[in-house]
Design a protein around this ligand. Structure first.
Ligand SMILES: *Cc1c(COP(=O)(O)O)cnc(C)c1O
Length: 341
């Protein structure tokens, strides 16, 4: 099977498993797991932040990040296809009691002037705007990357208006290996950042939220009430540390393969258009004459899995367990399907 449904489908490598087996562990609720502490400190340091907290999922780190920056009855500004709004089960309302102001982005990216125009006047009729959330890279935007200048401009607007800024950095390392800015430069622009280790980095489980000591202390309270206090989580944390040490630079290979997939797809008759891959996500729009579920079944019968990504849109995501041989096979199958239509 060639599984391109998501970069979450990877299995730990032999070396990662070895690191996990030899992890030193303790009860993390008592603050006694050295492997968890190592990961939290390591991740915070990469982004120039004071502290980090290890959680089971990116949904949890996003939800906690936004919760500690807001009060119920306030409003969050985000893009209309952002993960925090679209894919977290209404958690902004459920966990934080927020109302949401949605913006239309360019491949998921919003601008400083859009943010500025969305801030509510100081008037009792309105919710109080209190936080902005960005996503980098942007999943629904086909793995699109923000420029540092736009992020800085958004940060300026936030500072001027007393708003906090959260980053959903589920795939932030995919952005960082391509962009002309560093993790620390990015880190300086945000109050809280959520980073997934189980996406492109290839760890089995886990995300880290980074921020100030004060924020992360508060985050521990919220994690506990969500049932996210865990025990010998060091086995998982060790896998994440291993991923940070060994799996960042290789993301470029995923991006090269995504670009090759995009170049093959765009030449096919049944493909209407492709969002030019910027990182590891390839979104293509399929002509109505070939119903998407037919295409997905055809691919599956050839041992290739992809997912529907809206009406007549297909997503393929490259990752650690997708190599050049699989790339060649996928391209051959796509061309073959096209030639037989
Ligand atoms: C995967 C993902 C998350 C977190 O998802 P979990 O499945 O909860 O780990 C958050 N944001 C984006 C953009 C994602 O792709």
């Amino acid at each position: 099977m060639i599984d391109l449904r998501s970069d979450t489908v990877t299995k730990p490598t032999a070396a990662m498993r070895e690191a996990m087996f030899s992890a030193e562990v303790g009860d993390d609720v008592f603050g006694e797991d050295p492997s968890v502490q190592e990961l939290e400190e390591k991740t915070a340091a990469i982004f120039g932040k004071e502290a980090g907290i290890f959680c089971p999922s990116g949904t949890m780190t996003n939800q906690i990040g936004i919760k500690i920056l807001t009060q119920p009855q306030q409003e969050i500004i985000c893009e209309k296809t952002s993960h925090v709004y679209l894919y977290e089960g209404g958690g902004l309302a459920f966990n934080s009691g927020l109302s949401v102001w949605l913006l239309d982005g360019n491949r998921g990216r919003i601008t400083a002037s859009q943010v500025e125009d969305s801030i509510r006047p100081d008037n009792v009729h309105y919710p109080k705007t209190s936080v902005v959330s960005l996503e980098n890279t942007h999943n629904r935007g086909g793995g699109s990357i923000y420029s540092l200048s736009e992020i800085k401009a958004i940060r300026e607007v936030c500072l001027k208006n007393g708003l906090s800024l959260h980053l959903d950095g589920a795939r932030v390392f995919n952005a960082l290996v391509e962009a002309d800015y560093s993790a620390k430069e990015l880190g300086a622009c945000f109050d809280t950042i959520s980073i997934c280790m189980s996406k492109g980095l290839g760890a089995p489980v886990g995300s880290v939220l980074v921020g100030t000591n004060k924020h992360i202390k508060e985050a521990r309270r919220v994690r506990k009430v969500l049932g996210g206090g865990w025990r010998q989580a060091g086995f998982m944390a060790k896998a994440c540390s291993f991923a940070l040490d060994h799996h960042i630079d290789r993301l470029k290979d995923d991006h090269r393969r995504a670009k090759a997939l995009g170049e093959t797809l765009v030449r096919l008759g049944f493909v209407k258009s492709v969002l030019t891959p910027e990182t590891n996500i390839v979104v293509s729009h399929i002509h109505e004459q070939l119903p998407l579920d037919h295409l997905l079944l055809r691919l599956e019968s050839e041992g290739i899995k992809a997912v529907a990504f809206g009406k007549q849109a297909m997503r393929m995501v490259t990752h650690l367990d997708f190599d050049d041989e699989m790339l060649q096979r996928t391209c051959d199958v796509l061309v073959d399907i096209d030639s037989k239509l």
